[in-house]
Design a protein around this ligand. Sequence first.
Ligand code: ZN
Length: 208
Amino acid sequence: MPTYILGRPSRRLPALTDEVRRGRPLRITEYGEPILHRACRPVTEFGAARWGRLIDDMFTTMWIAEGCGLAANQVDVDAQLFVYDLTDEAGDRHVGHAFNPRIETMTALFGTQSGTEGCLSVPGANAALPRPARATLHAYDVDGRPFTLDASGYFARCLIHETQHLSGTVYVDHLTPAARARALADSNAERATVLEQRATRQRLLTKP
Ligand code: ZN
C-alpha cells in the first residue's frame, strides 16, 4: 500500500499525521454561506511561516470530520488552497496540499466515472455524480514550487471536487434541481447527528 505525498512516492505515514496532531480544529462552513459560492483569491506569497499553521489546522479539521479533502473556503479562509488525505481503490494513500490548483481532465480521451459524492459542507448528504475518469492537477506547494500530478478514479474525483470549491462550486450545484433539493433535505435531517459525530471525534483527538 504505497503512500504518495504531492504525487511522489513516500515513506508510510501514520493514520494520525504530524499535521493532524499539531493543528487546531476549525469550524467548517456550510452550503449557503457566501464564501463557498464565490471564487477564492489566488495566493501570491508562499512559505511555511505564512501557511504552515493553516495547513495543519485544515488537516486536523478534515481528520475530525472524516473527509478526504478540504478547501480553504470550507474553513472560512479566502485563499486558493486545499488539502487531501485519502486511500484510493487500489489501497494507495495520497496526501498533500495544493495552492492555486488547475485541473485538466481530457474527458474526450479518458471518459467519465460514475460514483457518489459527498461534501463536509453539506453534512450527511451524498448523491450520484458522474465525473471525469482522470485528472491532471497543476498546482504549487507551500514553498511556491510548481508541481503536476496525474490521478484517476476516486483520487481524481477528490482533486476535481476540491479545485471546484476554490472557484465557488459545490458538488450539489452540478445536480438536477430535484436531486439537489433531495441532498439538501437529507443534510437538514442528518446535520445534527453528523456534527455530534465530529464533536465526539474531536474529543478523541484531545485525549492525552
Ligand atoms: Zn466539498
